[in-house]
Design a binder for this molecule. Structure first.
Ligand SMILES: CC(C)(COP(=O)(O)OP(=O)(O)OC[C@H]1O[C@@H](n2cnc3c(N)ncnc32)[C@H](O)[C@@H]1OP(=O)(O)O)[C@@H](O)C(=O)NCCC(=O)NCCS
Length: 204
């Protein structure tokens, strides 16, 4: 876990020109604090089955930093969040390595699915500020989603830039394009809530 901590610390210097040195970053970069607390909460939740202490740590992290990461979410290595406040990462979110999120990004559910109901991001994905991604969608590796974009139940292919609300692809494999996103195909882990008004007991 120490290796992961150090990777998360070092990656701040790579992405944030305002980060002067590691010591200052460790003291002052609140999204880093959120990520470090998430790593602890995730270990408690997954390795020791201590879900209540994990949720309490997650709640503390949200109180201190404004970043809410569910302890059960899977977050890859060298994760970087800039500014942080308002970031919400839901329970069944999966995030690959080397991903970047800006403040106010929501990786949430639609309220119409059980089981896997939050987005999956590949490696090296950037999500701009205030982008909202809803449902068990997939964002491919090396893709960027522009600030203020909105994506609900549509997948974004790898090596793309997608912008807008609703988002469309404006760049693919380095070439300018104007393509719509494809609707998400549900995996076996995503169960639509069939009957309207069915109580799921799960938070979106
Ligand atoms: C959309 C975004 C990811 C593109 O980043 P980029 O590094 O320029 O990405 P790319 O080079 O892949 O794509 C840029 C292309 O997309 C086009 N593009 C970007 N936004 C667009 C939009 N809203 N509508 C149409 N085209 C758009 C650009 O014109 C450019 O085309 P060009 O290469 O022909 O000039 C970026 O503008 C963005 O929103 N970043 C988020 C940053 C952020 O949240 N910062 C917060 C700081 S506090």
């Amino acid at each position: 876990m120490l290796t992961r901590f150090l990777e998360d610390l070092n990656v701040v210097g790579r992405h944030d020109p305002a980060a002067k040195n590691r010591f200052e970053t460790l003291l002052c970069h609140s999204p880093l604090h959120a990520i470090l607390l998430y790593r602890v909460a995730h270990a408690l939740h997954t390795k020791l089955g201590l879900s209540l202490p994990a949720r309490l740590i997650s709640m503390l992290a949200r109180f201190l930093t404004g970043v809410e990461i569910h302890p059960a979410a899977k977050v890859g290595r060298r994760f970087f969040i800039d500014h942080g406040t308002g970031v919400v990462i839901g329970e069944t979110t999966e995030i690959g390595d080397d991903c970047v999120l800006f403040h106010n990004v929501t990786l949430g559910g639609t309220g119409h699915h059980r089981g896997k109901r939050h987005p999956t991001l590949g490696d090296d994905v950037l999500i701009g500020t205030s982008a909202t991604l809803l449902g068990p969608i997939t964002v491919g590796s090396h893709t960027k989603v522009g600030a203020n974009s909105f994506i609900r139940m549509h997948d974004v292919p790898p090596n793309c830039t997608a912008v807008g609300a609703p988002a469309a692809i404006v760049k693919r494999d380095g070439r300018r394009v104007d393509e719509p996103l494809s609707p998400t195909r549900l995996s076996d882990r995503s169960i639509p809530v069939a009957a309207a008004g069915e109580a799921t007991g799960e938070k979106a």
